[in-house]
Design a protein around this ligand. Structure first.
Ligand SMILES: *[C@@H]1O[C@H](CO)[C@@H](O)[C@H](O)[C@H]1NC(C)=O
Ligand SMILES: *[C@@H]1O[C@H](CO)[C@@H](O)[C@H](O)[C@H]1NC(C)=O
Length: 261
């Protein structure tokens, strides 16, 4: 049942968090200059609580407030403001209660990673405009998110038929990606260049119409990925997976063959 969101033991030391990280990329954790290090230390220093959904939302909001100035880029509106066409268009749906339209846990890191993987490419970024409410999560993804993501995809394809669209989301944003892929017609989905989901509550379900171009990243001990109701540190650390995601998006955009996922 999903009516409780326990916010379990975030204090329980960095070891727990690092346990949830992929070990095949140790330099991500050790590099002192990595901007993700203050991000990790804030997550690991948050006091533990075990609360009903409203209380957990309050604590998440506090944590997110601390992270906003560190990660930056929590609001991205390139499509809404009608920026000229870019080679790449990233449309990203944030997780429940996250600030801005990109959030702090995965969206800004994905954008930076795509920039790194495609040096010199022009990139437009648009956050999905939706409430990202707890009710939306419990309903399997806010329908306002599906509406917004569908509209932005259609807008981008119409205005910029050559742009390579990246559909992405984190947590409830993953539900939004799944729901949008179901709502769009097959012809539109065929034009999407790549799909990336972090901490996907529907990780066992393929994204409709996106076979061979989808990357779903779930930490083994992320309870949300197994349709659970616990928000564990492993659910809050997908920023560390951004290089893998950026590489995937970059390869798809370059037309490089990428193994199926
Ligand atoms: C995002 O932009 C909106 C509208 O301009 C603003 O109200 C909000 O404070 C911004 N949020 C963040 C986290 O920067
Ligand atoms: C994509 O192609 C560009 C230009 O050749 C190259 O610089 C970049 O490394 C490639 N990125 C990936 C992820 O393959």
């Amino acid at each position: 049942m999903k009516c409780l969101v326990h916010f379990v033991s975030l204090l329980s030391s960095a070891a727990v968090v690092i346990h949830g990280l992929p070990t095949d990329n140790p330099d991500l954790v050790s590099r002192q200059t990595n901007p993700l290090n203050p991000f990790l230390s804030i997550i690991t220093n948050l006091a533990p609580v075990n609360l009903l959904v409203d209380g957990a939302a309050g604590d998440l909001t506090n944590l997110e407030g601390l992270l906003v100035p560190i990660v930056g880029g929590t609001n991205q509106t390139d499509l809404a403001t009608g920026k000229p066409c870019a080679q790449i268009t990233i449309i990203f749906a944030r997780g429940t209660t996250e600030p801005g339209n990109m959030g702090v846990f995965a969206g800004p890191q994905l954008v930076q990673a795509v920039k790194n993987a495609l040096p010199g490419a022009s990139i437009n970024v648009q956050g999905v405009e939706y409430a990202a409410s707890i009710q939306g999560y419990l309903a399997g993804g806010g329908s306002d998110g599906t509406m917004s993501m569908s509209n932005f995809i259609n807008q981008a394809l119409q205005a910029c038929p050559q742009t390579k669209i990246v559909m992405s989301g984190y947590s409830q944003g993953g539900q939004v990606v799944h729901n949008t892929a179901k709502a769009l017609d097959a012809n539109t989905m065929a034009k999407i260049n790549s799909v990336v989901i972090f901490g996907d509550p529907q990780s066992q379900t393929p994204v409709t119409g996106a076979q061979g171009k989808t990357l779903i990243i779930c930490h083994p001990d992320d309870n949300i990925c197994s349709d659970g109701d616990l928000i564990l540190p492993a659910h809050l650390t997908y920023g560390f997976n951004s290089p893998q995601a950026g590489e995937f998006v970059g390869k798809m955009a370059n037309g490089t063959t990428v193994g199926r996922k």
